[in-house]
Design a protein around this ligand. Structure first.
Ligand code: NFS
Ligand code: SF4
Length: 643
């Protein structure tokens, strides 16, 4: 069994891992160890279960079968497997986007829904993009029309997705020429499933092409719709102070955790925890009040809009229950470990599922419906409050650790931050890059994975990048990992930044690591890149910008979808652990090299976060040189930090 310090670099997490080891409770890390050795065929991507003649596998050493029973070779098999991951990831983000659009429709049509339009200005901008009449229109009429227009794009059969036209013109042209322009969101995912079923496409390049089209339908479609309509409904985030880590749970309070991805329910739970009757009941039971905290991307949503504290990331979900202080854990969709059902039984924690898409045997299901949102939220909070009475004080052990952070920098906010309210513009950012004070911008995003000590990849990489004058934007679990390490505290982080970056950040009043949201909010990074191109001086397309992306600790299918829409948008991206392509030499070569010729960017795989950071820096320097900027030569970079 590996020591807690090898499992997470966060000391609060280590305390809970230690507790689990003493109590002989298995966590994800233990199950990972029990799983060793993991199946090599699966890891290399060359196991096929697509039809019932199989399962088939290709022998990576060359002396066994080199093709499946149907004759599919390693490249075909691995490409199909990979893009089917991508399809599921794109479906998850996009179905989330659909639910937000349906909520907007509910808000527009049902005055009693409890939902409001919190950002009518953003609604108007989107309405204009979609050609919806805005003059003299009421907010609810506009909202209804925008909801209908966006919903129609899921089932759209022909044409192009409106938001994809937000990309720079040369990028749109390239997508059209390469057959990558997404038509309808559902259509691209369905077509990808069709194309990869038994006996259809045997050309790995063509499979990857449709994979990228489906990914773009996610990034510039489903995810972007989720982000933008959430801003319309719940308000566009602005920088806000909050706290994170397990110490946000309080021994003397009712603790309710919301875990998952969609803010439609959790926003209502925020309201319900403030309900005077429920607060009074909590006090009657001896609690000082009700604490609501988030986990995973639901946490990012609530953090950046409401300052609701975050109890952590993906690998913190079991650890939170290990505190013995969680009275209710409410989950919606995505990244929810089925093991929670068993773990919660060993404590008093009441686990509640709420989505018709996410149920667990033996777990109470309190189904959420948009039209009775607030009432259901109250019932959920009430379950947590009543369960406080069942808490065993002897078993409560909350690590005394909290960290301050600032979250909530959207593409629009950075716009006003840079230029001021009266002359919003990306000019200062572009100027800083052109002058070399800022070397470039990196997006560090994605999950956690027990294959890597929790937080090590994200935090080490972010520190190395800012030390080398790279502005870092973060989302998802990466953002929350950095937050735990204090990297989202503007003052502390500035101390770690290189002189150029420090100067720029101080002049603008912005931290060197910007929390830009949840995983669907990676769409905000696409928009920021499009804005940088539009501002001028850094080339005509996203692929010319000195920017790079990374997912150092990825695990989810959603990360594959994100990776491919980012690369297909022209941004070089590094994955910490390899995609499952190593058993398919030609596909592997396409992924790490050949995509460059098609979309102007490709992937790399690198497990060492410091090496990976320097690969990103080298890439930025190459782009700077191509732009004719007074390039900072890679040789002048600081030597890699001892880690
Ligand atoms: Ni993103 Fe968010 Fe975290 Fe990974 Fe899961 S919570 S949507 S998938 S694990 S970053
Ligand atoms: Fe085997 Fe081909 Fe069927 Fe895959 S599709 S399981 S390789 S026969």
């Amino acid at each position: 069994m590996t020591a807690p310090e090898e499992r997470s670099i966060d000391s609060a997490a280590q305390q809970m891992i230690d507790r689990a080891q003493q109590d002989e409770i298995g966590l994800a890390w233990d199950r990972y160890e029990e799983m060793q050795p993991q199946c090599g065929f699966g890891q290399l991507g060359i196991c096929c279960r697509i039809c019932h003649m199989g399962p088939c596998r290709v022998d990576p050493f060359g002396d066994g079968p080199q093709e499946g029973i149907c004759g599919a070779d390693a490249n075909t098999i691995a490409a199909r497997n990979l893009v089917r991951m991508l399809a599921a990831g794109a479906a998850a983000h996009s179905d989330h986007g659909r639910d937000v659009a349906l909520t907007l429709l509910e808000a527009a049509r049902n005055p009693d829904s409890g939902y409001q339009i919190r950002d009518p200005q953003k609604l108007r901008v989107i309405a204009e993009e979609y050609g919806v009449a805005t003059d003299g229109q009421s907010v609810t009429k506009m909202a209804e029309a925008v909801a209908e227009k966006t919903l129609a794009e899921f089932g759209q059969q022909e044409g192009e997705l409106q938001f994809a036209l937000r990309a720079p013109a040369p990028r749109v042209k390239l997508w059209r020429e390469q057959g990558l322009m997404p038509r309808g969101i559902d259509r691209e995912v369905v077509e990808l499933m069709h194309q990869t079923t038994m006996g259809v496409d045997a050309d790995y390049r063509n499979i990857m092409r449709q994979g990228m089209r489906a990914a773009l339908a996610d990034g510039w479609g489903g995810s972007m719709i989720a982000t933008d309509l959430q801003d319309v409904l719940f308000g566009s985030p602005e920088p806000i102070r909050a706290k994170t880590n397990l110490g946000v749970l309080k021994e003397d309070h009712v603790n309710i955790l919301v875990h998952g991805h969609e803010p439609t329910l959790s926003e209502m739970i925020v309201e319900a925890t403030r309900d005077p009757e429920l607060v009074a009941r909590a006090k009657e039971l001896g609690a000082a009040g009700i604490i609501l905290a988030g986990q995973c991307c639901t946490s990012n949503e609530l953090l950046m809009r409401k300052g609701i504290p975050s109890a952590g990331t993906f690998l913190h979900q079991e650890l939170a229950i290990m505190t013995g202080a969680v009275d209710a854990m409410v989950v919606d969709v995505q990244c929810i470990m089925p093991q929670l059902a068993h773990l919660s039984e060993r404590f008093h924690t009441k686990l509640l599922t709420t989505s018709p898409k996410t149920k667990m045997p033996g777990v109470e299901h309190l189904e959420f419906h948009e039209d009775q949102a607030l009432e259901i939220a109250r019932q959920i909070v009430s379950v947590g409050v009543e369960n406080f009475a069942n808490r065993d004080g002897q078993r409560v052990q909350i690590p005394d650790e909290e960290m301050d952070l600032v979250a909530g920098f959207t593409a629009e906010y950075v716009y006003t931050l840079l230029g001021g309210r009266f002359r919003p513009s990306y000019r200062p950012l572009n100027d800083a890059i052109m002058a070399g004070r800022l070397r470039g911008v990196a997006g560090v995003v994605g999950c956690e994975n027990p294959q890597i000590p929790q937080g090590y990849g994200h935090i080490t990489m972010a520190k190395e990048l800012i030390r080398n004058d790279v502005l870092v934007v973060v989302t998802g679990c990466s953002a929350l990992a950095d937050a735990r390490a204090g990297l989202l505290q503007p003052e502390a982080a500035l101390e770690m930044a290189g002189d150029g970056l420090k100067e720029v950040c101080e002049a603008i009043g912005m931290p060197p690591v910007l929390h830009v949201g949840s995983c669907v909010d990676n769409s905000r990074i696409l928009i920021a890149c499009a804005e940088m191109v539009a501002e001028g001086g850094l080339g005509e397309d996203i692929s010319e910008l000195p920017v790079a992306g990374a997912a150092p600790e990825w695990m989810s299918e959603k990360a594959v979808a994100i990776g491919y829409y980012v690369v297909a948008s022209g941004i070089y991206t590094i994955f910490g652990t390899p995609q499952n392509v190593l058993g398919a030499p030609e596909l592997h070569k396409l992924v790490v090299e050949g995509l460059e010729d098609i979309v102007g960017a490709s992937f790399d795989f690198e497990a060492d976060p410091i090496k990976a950071a320097h690969m990103m820096i080298r890439h930025m320097d190459k782009k700077r040189a191509a732009l004719g900027l007074d390039e900072m030569m890679y040789e002048q970079a600081l030597p890699a930090a001892a880690s």
